[in-house]
Structure formats: C-alpha cells, structure tokens
Design a protein. Structure first.
Lengths: 97, 486
C-alpha cells in the first residue's frame, strides 16, 4: 500500500475535512490506486531539470501604489453565513479566563 | 434552417440587416431551453428576464444605427464558474449553492460591454473537477446526441447547450481539457487559448497555473469572435499576458499552403478508438490536399502527462479550496461546537466526493515527507513535457491530434473508477501543462452516431494560426454543420 488509513486521517485533518468511516475506506483504496499510478513519474531521471510551476514567463507585475475604490462593506458581507456589526461572525475562539 | 442552428457571424449579418431582432433570437433560445433543458440539464440558472431586457437594449442600439460589435444582441451562456454580479454563481457545488457575487468576472464584463445577451449559467462538474459533468451537485447534463451518454466535462453544460441550440455560444474553462473534451464529445468547437491570454479575474479557481477560459461555439469563426472580445491584458489578473490582441477574424482567412503540421505518434496508442484515429488521419489527408505538409513527430513524455497533472492540479486545488471555510461566504453548518468543528463539518458536507478526493490527494502530495517525491517531481516532469513541445515546434507550425481517445462514454460508466476517468483526459492535459493554445474541432462521427473531435495545438500565443487551420478545415468539411435532432 502507498498510503495507510492513519495517513488518510492525518491528511483529512490537515485539509479540514471530517470524513465518515466509509469515506475513509473509500478514499484509502482510491488514493492508493491513484498514487500507484503516479509512481510512474519515478521512472524518469529528472536530475538537473528545473521544475516548472508556471508556463509563461511573467514575474512581479507592479502597479502604482495608489488608492483605488473597493467593494462597499455591505457587498463584502452580503454572502456571510453570519455577520454582526459589520463583521464576519464566527464561533468563539478565545477562552474566558 | 432554424434560427437556433445559425452561427453568430450569420446572426450578426441578419441583425445588421434588421431581418431579425435580438428579442427574437433571445426568445428562440429561451424557448429551446424551456423545451429541452428539463431533460438535458445544461443550465443551472436561466436569466430570462435579464436576457430579454439586454436584448431590448441591443435592439434599441441596432435601430438607432449605433456601431455594432460582432456580439451585439447575440444570446450566449456562461459556465457557472464565472462570477456574475447579482446572479447566483454556484460552481456546481453545494458549498456555493446560495452564493451571489457582488461583482462581474472580467470575462463576463467584457461580454456585456460587447453587447452580448447572457441567457444563463451552464452546468459543470463541481469546481470544474471532472470529465463528464456527473460531478455537478445539481443535475447530470446529458449528451444532446444520445441521452444515455455523458456530454464530457467539466464544461459539459456549455458544450451541450451550444450543440442543442440552447445558446449560440458559451464560455467555459479548461484546466486539463475541460473546454476541448466536452466540445469534441458534443460535436462543437472548443478552444483553450494560451495560459494568460484571458483574465482569470472572477473565475473561480481550481488549479491556478493551468486554468484558462475559452469559447465554446458552433464553428471556428465564432470562436474567433468570442476570443477577440474576451482576450487581453487585465490589471486585475497578475498572470494575464500584456500583449496586443490580434484581429482574429482576419486570422481565420487565407490558405494554409506550406503550413507544417505534426502528427504525434504517441497520440495513436492502444486505447484510442479506431474510429477516432481514422477520423483524425482523414483530416490530416484533407489538410494535405489544401497544401499543408504533414509529418509524424514525437512527444515522448506524453504518457507521463496524466500523472503529472493529477499531482500539480490537485496540489493547487487543495490550496485554492482552503478558502471555503464557512466564514466569509458559502455554506456553513448549523450550530458548530467550535471553530474546528465548523471548518471540518462545513467542508465535509459542502463538498462533493470528487472534490474531497482531489483535496485529499493534493494535501497529501504537498505534505511533509512527500513534497519532493510527488509535487517537486511532477513539476520537473512538467518541464520535460514543455520541452517536448519546444522541440516539435522547431520543425512544425502546429500539431494535429485526437481530442479524446473515444467518443462520449455512458453515464455512470466511469463514475466509480476515478483513475479511468482521469485517463480520458490524456490528450488534452499536455497542452495545459505547457500553457499552449489548443482548439477542438468536429471531424467525424462514430458508427453509433456520436461526434468525434480533433485538436490543433499551436505555439504560445499562436491562437491566430490554429484558428486559421481550423477555419480552413471547416471550409472543406461539413461536420460542424450537423446538429442533433432534438
């Protein structure tokens, strides 16, 4: 096996996905099969080959540092699942002391 | 000939001569949608009211003698991955099912400014992840040529809508073939321009180094029209290319005498349907008769493209989709116990199976201990794949190859075997990895009556040349004039 159930659980935690037991089993088998296929990349000797992360040579396009209009706050918040006093509302993250 | 079967360039002439109004065109298309889409499911949202109002504006401009663009008053649709101001944009995902963007994507803004009439948002695979449009959180789009077949994906709704006359053109996105493959499987034209040719601003991200918008149309000339409107630099997308946009309508004219076309031998391997291989070879002969010089070439790393893609694309996707956290927009579970519970259950409930699978794979290949073996390795192989194209383009001007190894497969046929599904993109993926332009064009039918597509691939920014080759082919064939009987 290329991947273990513990790794599936670890990756799900990193990805912030709460998987059911059935999902864990399903992904374990499917990811194993996909990773075994991906293994074919190791047939190639890539010593000295520069990695490509972007296909077109563009880097650091700058613009003048001037203030431009942005979306009104109401528009920014219009899709918020919960909002309060012009802010996004989330479950409490700081404990009472 | 029914109105809904006509091309944009034909409709433009009729609008100019006032033989038809934009309202009539829009009503014809809306009627098609009304009649067909209950079974076809090519649309997620239909914007009939807005469309009729835009059509009325277009008619007013036409009758007042204003200068018209080739898109003035033409009803088109948009893949539901492009943000449309005040109109739901779901990306076919449960996590965005109620999302209403406060702004237009650059593609939509440019289409509206050109006077196009937007009739609705096309169905797709969730977050553009899929090759069959079976991964939509809403409905499965059917192939207009055969209701038990998939339309291809991820822009399956776009291709089905155009093939069925539910819109005159659509704009899709192509990360690993998502415009070209459904176009091939539905018998229409689909183009993926050079990476960076069209702004990605407001286009919901899947894999940012590969994603590119592109037209889905009835013929090559229409693709040139749409591309001319949506291509060009955009300060809001730092990866958009700052080079002038040629007049693509001029590019599609002229002969192809002396044009050097390469046929890559690695695209005619086992697993490619005989009907597909024969159709593409016939097309090569037809191009030769028009004066092209056809020769065999080699892209030796083709067989590594799918493996490379599913590492690079999922890695980028896992990072891009981290934004769906239930905080700023989109779905959030009711009454979370705490923040972690909110993140994890929101994402588990909001995303579909394929999206979760890809997030898992992408997170894995980027995780400590595996980054070098998978992600870095894939990026190095991506260089080898690009180098293959560089070498071939030293001896030929463009490449001709099948778009998809087979015609449309059955609904449900590959649903439970993700790897088999991924392998159906084998001929479209290399183009994305190298950032090159490609266009899929109808080139025949299978015995079963399903469309077959071929693609031209060109050098970086050679959209003009692949459009010209495509237009020349369509001048001597009539595959693109066929439409399904619906």
């Amino acid at each position: 096996m290329k991947i273990t159930k513990q790794e599936v659980e670890h990756v799900a935690l990193l990805a912030r996905l709460r998987l059911t037991e059935e999902e864990k089993e399903l992904y374990l088998g499917q990811l194993d099969k996909i990773l075994s296929y991906v293994e074919k990349l190791s047939e190639l000797d890539t010593a000295g080959i520069e990695p490509t992360t972007h296909s077109f040579p563009i880097s650091n396009p700058y613009r003048e540092d001037v203030v431009k209009p942005s979306l009104p706050r109401d528009n920014v918040l219009q899709n918020a699942p919960q909002k309060e006093k012009g802010c996004f509302k989330v479950p409490r993250i700081i404990e009472d002391n | 000939m029914k109105l809904y079967n006509l091309c944009i360039h034909e409709l433009h002439e009729k609008l100019k001569k006032k033989e038809v109004s934009s309202i009539e065109l829009t009503e014809a298309v809306l009627e098609r949608i009304e009649r067909l889409d209950e079974t076809l499911h090519a649309f997620i949202t239909v914007t009939a009211e807005d469309a009729l109002s835009a059509a009325k504006d277009a008619d007013a401009r036409i009758s007042s003698g204003d200068e018209l663009t080739p898109l003035t008053g033409i009803p088109i649709s948009i893949k539901d991955i492009f943000c449309t101001k005040d109109i739901p944009t779901t990306c076919a995902s449960g996590i965005l099912k109620d999302f209403i963007p406060p702004y237009d994507s650059t593609v939509v803004k440019r289409l509206k400014e050109a006077g196009a009439v937007i009739v609705g948002k096309n169905n797709m695979d969730e977050f553009a992840m899929g090759s069959s449009t079976e991964n939509s959180a809403f409905n499965i789009t059917k192939n207009p040529w055969s209701p038990d077949k998939i339309p291809g994906g991820s822009s399956g709704g776009s291709a089905a809508a155009v093939a069925a006359g539910e819109s005159f053109a659509s704009v899709g996105t192509d990360t690993g073939g998502s415009v070209r493959q459904p176009a091939a499987l539905c018998g229409v034209v689909g183009m993926k321009p050079t990476y960076g040719r069209i702004s990605r601003y407001g286009m919901i991200a899947f894999a940012s180094s590969l994603d590119q918008a592109g037209p889905v149309t009835k013929d090559v000339k229409d693709a040139a029209i749409i591309l001319g409107v949506i291509a060009g630099h955009d300060p809001l997308d730092s990866t958009s290319i700052n080079k002038p946009v040629p007049n693509y309508l001029e590019s599609v004219q002229g002969d192809i005498k002396g044009l050097k076309i390469g046929i890559p031998k690695e695209y005619f391997i086992e697993g490619v349907g005989k009907e597909v291989a024969d159709a593409v070879k016939d097309a090569a002969l037809a191009m030769e008769k028009e004066g092209a010089v056809v020769k065999e070439v080699s892209l030796p790393h083709t067989e590594y493209a799918v493996a490379t893609y599913y590492v690079v694309a999922t890695a980028e996707a896992s990072s891009n989709l981290a934004r769906y956290d239930g905080v700023k927009y989109g779905y959030r579970i009711d009454e979370p116990n705490d923040l972690m519970d909110m993140y994890c259950r929101t994402r588990d409930e909001g995303f579909g199976a394929e999206v979760k699978r890809r997030i898992m794979l992408g997170t894995y290949v980027l995780s400590a201990g595996y980054y070098d073996a998978y992600y870095k390795k894939a990026c190095e192989v991506r260089t080898l794949i690009r180098n293959d194209f560089d070498e071939v383009f030293k001896v030929v001007d463009l490449i001709l190859a099948p778009t998809s190894p087979t015609p449309a497969f059955g609904i449900g046929e590959k649903k439970n075997d993700p790897l088999q599904m991924y392998l159906s993109d084998i001929f479209t993926i290399p183009c994305n990895l190298a950032g090159l332009p490609g266009i899929s064009i109808p080139c025949g039918f299978s015995e079963e009556g399903l469309p077959i597509g071929m693609q031209f691939i060109g050098r970086s920014l050679a959209e003009d040349l692949i459009l010209k080759a495509g237009a020349c082919y369509q001048g001597i064939t009539d595959w693109h004039l066929m439409s399904p009987s619906l």
